[in-house]
Design a protein around this ligand. Structure first.
Ligand code: UDP
Ligand code: MG
Length: 345
């Protein structure tokens, strides 16, 4: 990759010469971290992350995306920005969700490599040098695979495991198992991914979809530093549906297969009942009728729901609303945005 090879050759002086307009050196690494009510973790997150990034000896930026936090996260983020201008703060006008927070951070990132990491310290910043090493070896997308997950419920582990197995079976894109959004993307791959503007996003799937040279790095996922997960069952199911509907038609096609199967079963039933009638054993019974009607009614409603999942997503795309709304961007030089002034009463 040209940027990487060039990077190897340039000295600190050259990096300074390559400075942005506001005097900051052009960042080699952009770290994007979505934040939703992570107040207790942020100072420690910054401490560990900046130590790791400083050790690389290259300029870096940290983009903290405040996804409508209701605790003191935003105040803390601003304090970090005041203290260290490499920390930049994007604030959403409300909670738009983890996947859109990552999207916004990636849109504002300018580094040669963009690293996405959770801000709850479940993804250890100390893994980043491994991601960087793979990138320097020529990989464009380096995804971190959870070798082990500590401090998570049996339910979360089991559902996650089956979800990844299912998605691998029903999609044509290879979405690696046991990966989260913790990854590094080269500028070239990231620029391609940024062109994808679909609303219901499954970022780890999209980053596999763009292709380029992809390679894994293994790590042990840590327990949360503080607080509890912001992904309750409802959000997990939504993410799973977003993943499935974005990458597969199989749920829609299942209706056809099941339709043929039930029709075949019905044909068999007709033949059996004619034959038994001829031999004087007519099949009678309300229960049989009721069960088959309810069964078919249930199956039809399920498939109506599945069609609804796709239809709703098509509706959201057609409306063409922006993916997210940034109320304030701090530390981005010319791209800083002030919130829309309120009309006076
Ligand atoms: N997050 C976010 N918006 C949300 C929920 C979560 O930005 O609506 C952030 C959160 O602060 C964390 C990351 O996304 O940095 C992953 O969330 P969480 O830890 O709750 O998910 P889990 O790791 O349990 O899957
Ligand atoms: Mg987490």
């Amino acid at each position: 990759m040209s940027t990487r090879v060039a990077l190897e050759a340039i000295s600190g002086q050259d990096i300074l010469a390559n400075s942005c307009a506001d005097g900051e050196p052009h960042p080699v690494y952009s770290v994007v971290a979505p934040v939703y009510n992570e107040g207790p973790t942020l100072p420690e997150f910054y401490r560990r992350l900046s130590a790791v990034l400083d050790a690389t000896g290259q300029p870096w930026e940290l983009i903290l995306v405040n996804d409508g936090s209701r605790d003191d996260s935003l105040t803390l983020m601003r304090e970090l920005h005041e203290r260290d201008s490499r920390v930049k703060v994007l604030s959403f006008s409300r909670n738009f969700g983890h996947q859109l927070a990552i999207t916004a951070g990636a849109d504002y990132a300018t580094g040669d490599a963009v690293i996405v990491i959770d801000s709850d310290l479940q993804d250890p910043p100390e893994t980043i040098p491994l991601l960087i090493a793979e990138w320097r070896q020529g990989s464009d997308v380096v995804y971190a695979v959870r070798e082990q997950r500590e401090g998570e419920s049996w339910f979360k582990l089991t559902t996650a495991k089956w979800f990844y197995r299912l998605i691998q079976r029903i999609t044509s894109v290879h979405i690696p198992a046991d990966t989260g959004d913790f990854r590094l993307m080269d500028r070239a791959a990231m620029d391609q991914m940024r062109q994808i503007r679909e609303h219901h996003r499954f970022m780890r799937g999209l980053s596999a979809w763009v292709g380029f040279k992809q390679s894994p790095v293994y790590y042990v996922r840590q327990p949360r530093y503080a607080g509890s997960t912001n992904y309750p069952l409802r959000k997990m199911v939504k993410l799973a549906w977003d993943a499935i509907t974005s990458f597969s038609f199989v749920p829609l096609q299942m209706a056809t297969s099941l339709g043929f199967f039930v029709a075949g079963l019905a044909l068999l039933g007709i033949i059996v009942s004619i034959i038994s009638r001829l031999f004087g054993h007519a099949i009678v019974g309300q229960a049989t009728t009721l069960i088959s009607v309810l069964f078919l009614g249930g199956v039809q409603l399920i498939f109506l729901g599945i069609i609804g999942e796709y239809l709703g997503r098509i509706y959201d795309e057609v409306k063409q609303r922006p993916l997210y709304i940034v109320s304030k961007a701090e530390g981005f030089g010319g791209r800083d945005i002030e919130p829309t002034p309120r009309p006076r009463a």
